[in-house]
Design a protein around this ligand. Structure first.
Ligand code: CA
Length: 224
């Protein structure tokens, strides 16, 4: 389920959006001012942020800047007023993904949300769940039963590659290129070694893996 942070100080619009997006199956939370928005954007994982520009405390542009400066790539759709034509450009330069002009039709906004989600991270939610495991790509963290797992950056990277390519067989060469980077000199056995370690952390029975499956002669497939 995708999680959307709605940043809007006008209660009518905020609650209208909340109802509308919940009906669409999104999980939503409302932040009513810029300071709260920036805090919630950074401390939690979101698949999308709907960000009003005119806000108390910090305006939407400043919130956008704060989020991008913190290194978060969460998709952002700015909600702008008609008179803010020039500011739209500024917003996009600040790292927003799209903007919608107020007053907007709920249908138009829903279409934009879907388009932005489709473009971002090839449809993988910010927190991907399988079994009791969570792969949180915003924080670079694996959790099991709600508790953070100790993983090396490489193990996390491997897991993220598997999640993005779930259901597909990945050769050791593909895994090497995706997780280690091109041109890095490691052997197939190193890949196997890291997968054994990952299995110990995420599999209910590491010796009988059900998520990280070895496909003989081809590589590995993540069934999560
Ligand atoms: Ca406003």
């Amino acid at each position: 389920m995708y999680r959307i942070l709605i940043v809007e100080d006008e209660p009518d619009i905020a609650f209208g959006l909340e109802d509308d997006l919940k009906v669409e199956g999104y999980q939503v939370e409302i932040a009513g001012d810029g300071t709260t928005a920036a805090r919630r954007a950074l401390e939690d994982s979101w698949d999308l942020i709907l960000l009003d520009v005119m806000l108390p405390q910090k305006d939407g542009f400043e919130v956008c800047r704060t989020i991008r400066r913190a290194g978060l790539r969460t998709p952002i759709i700015l909600l702008t007023a008609k008179t803010q034509e020039a500011e739209k450009v500024l917003g996009l330069e600040l790292g927003a993904d799209d903007y919608v002009t107020k007053p907007f039709s709920p249908r138009e906004l829903r279409a934009r949300i879907k388009a932005v989600l489709r473009r971002s991270a090839d449809h993988t939610p910010a927190v991907y769940r399988f079994g009791d495991v969570e792969v949180d790509s915003t924080r670079g963290q694996l959790r099991r039963a709600g508790r953070p797992l100790e993983t090396t950056p490489l193990e996390f990277q491997l897991m993220a590659v598997f999640v993005r390519n779930r259901g597909r067989v990945l050769s050791r060469e593909q895994l090497l290129a995706a997780a280690w980077g091109q041109g890095v000199n490691v052997t197939d056995r190193v890949v196997d070694h890291h997968i054994v370690n990952l299995r110990r952390k995420i599999e209910p029975l590491p010796e009988e893996p059900r998520y990280l499956i070895c496909v003989r002669g081809m590589g590995y497939r993540f069934d999560g």
